[in-house]
Each structure stands twice: as C-alpha cells, then as structure tokens.
Design a protein around this ligand. Structure first.
Ligand code: ADP
Ligand code: MG
Length: 238
C-alpha cells in the first residue's frame, strides 16, 4: 500500500491551472525528491499534501485514507520550510515543544520528545538560546526538530537548505539522510538543485509546469530520461 498518494490532483489559482492533474504513489519509508525549475509547482504540491492549500479537484490519500478535506493538524504530516519559521521570542526548547502544547499530551511526554529530538540533532547545548543566537545550520536543525517531536508519518521539506552556504548544505544533506535512515519515515524533499536530488533520493519526481514528467530512481532518470526536459534537467547539474 502506498503511504501517500495523489490522484489526478489539480490546483487552480484564478484562471490558471498551476497543478495539472498529478498522480503519484509514494511507498512507506521512501525518500522522494521533487525537483524542477522555479515556479513549476513544487511548493504548491507540498502545500496541497500538507493541507495548507485545498485541491481544486482530485484526491490525497495518506496511509490508505482519503484526507483531501482533513485539516493540516489531522494529517500526521510535518513540514520544514526554507525560512525556518521559528518563533524569535522563544527559546530553542520552547520552539521545539510549542507544536505539542495544544495536543493534550502529558508534560512528561512532551519533555521526553524534546530531549530526544535535541539529542538526535545535537542541539542540547543550545536549548535555552533564542533563534537569533544560533547559526543558520543550528536554526535549520531546530526547524527539523520541531517536525520530529510531532512524530509525523510523513515529513515534507521545502528547499530547507537554500539559505545555507555550500559547505553547510553538504553537511545538512548528510544529516537529513541519517535522520531518514534512523526514523525510516516517508519523506518528501523539494529542491531545485539537481545534485541534491541525485544524491538524496530513493526516487525523484521531475516537475515541470505543473506536471510530473518522470518519477523514478536517480540512475533510471539519468540513463533513461523519457524526454528532453528530464534529460536536460538531470543531465546538466549546475
Ligand atoms: P515552485 O515552488 O516550484 O517554485 P510554486 O508552487 O511556488 O512553485 O508556484 C507555482 C506557480 O503557482 C507559480 O507560477 C506561482 O506564481 C503560482 N502560485 C503559487 N501560489 C499562488 C497563489 N496563492 N496565488 C496565485 N498564484 C500562485
Ligand atoms: Mg517553492
């Protein structure tokens, strides 16, 4: 059974179909990368999956259940953004626990989850700091930690590393890979960077103008691109 499925999903803004009938099945535990040029619809796809945006038509299924009308909180999904979206007035510890405070979880469990995430991401020395007292990489770790504490069934990452310098990007890629191997959770990772896609993905979905041109393993796309767009995009890393 697919962990996550999109069935003929269309998203229209005004008169324009930004997503033009996307079908996709992601297996449990898979690391899937959406790659494509700026403006092709990658973020819109993630926002539709997370429930931040409604579909115009078509359906979203998570764990076999249709969730197209479910609220973001009910979908068991956590999203990590490029901009981190941390609360500036809260400490790292407060940022990590904030999303759990309305869930009626016992205080002890919230504390345990925050400690575990902090340990996993090596944030323990920074728990009492504010976001402005952290480096870019540390901030991005807090954003990832905030997703982890919710124990989602699916993680969505929207270009989480584009604000970091090249060296840190390489390091964070490896850390996210490690996290995936450890949690074995389904992850969808958006990037416009072909190298990132090729090195991180179990399977890559190449997105172009609101459609998925091809969905397959990195080597398959590289060796057997279905069209010139895929060949050009995967074959010529920047
Ligand atoms: P990507 O993440 O691949 O760069 P987006 O999903 O952000 O692309 O955007 C895809 C297209 O949809 C773009 O042309 C963008 O201008 C348009 N778009 C995105 N959100 C909205 C919105 N809320 N209203 C109108 N158009 C939008
Ligand atoms: Mg985007």
């Amino acid at each position: 059974m697919a962990d996550l499925a999109l069935r003929n999903v269309v998203k229209r803004f005004g008169e324009v179909d930004v997503i033009k009938g996307v079908d996709l099945e992601v297996r449990h535990g898979e690391f899937v990368v959406f790659v494509g040029p700026s403006g092709c619809g990658k973020s819109t796809l993630l926002r539709i999956i997370s429930g931040l945006e409604e579909t115009t038509s078509g359906a979203i299924e998570i764990g076999g259940a249709e969730v197209s009308k479910a609220s973001p909180a009910d979908r068991g999904i956590a999203m990590v953004f490029q901009s981190y979206a941390l609360y500036p007035h809260m400490t790292v510890a407060q940022n990590l626990s904030f999303g759990l405070e309305n869930t009626r979880k016992p205080k002890a469990e919230i504390k345990a989850r925050v400690s575990e995430a902090a340990r996993m991401l090596e944030l323990e020395p920074y728990l009492q700091r504010k976001p402005r007292e952290l480096s870019g990489g540390q901030r991005q770790r807090v954003a990832i930690g905030r997703a982890i504490v919710r124990e989602p069934s699916v993680f969505l990452f929207d270009e989480p590393l584009s604000n970091l310098d090249a060296a840190l990007r390489v390091q964070m890629r490896a850390e996210i890979g490690k996290l995936h191997r450890r949690l074995q959770t389904t992850m969808i990772y958006v990037t416009h960077d072909q190298v990132e896609a090729m090195t991180m993905a179990d399977r890559i979905a190449v997105v172009n103008a609101g459609r998925i041109e091809q969905f397959g393993a990195p080597l398959e796309l590289f060796e057997h691109p279905v069209n010139r767009f895929v060949a050009g995009f995967i074959g010529s890393p920047r």
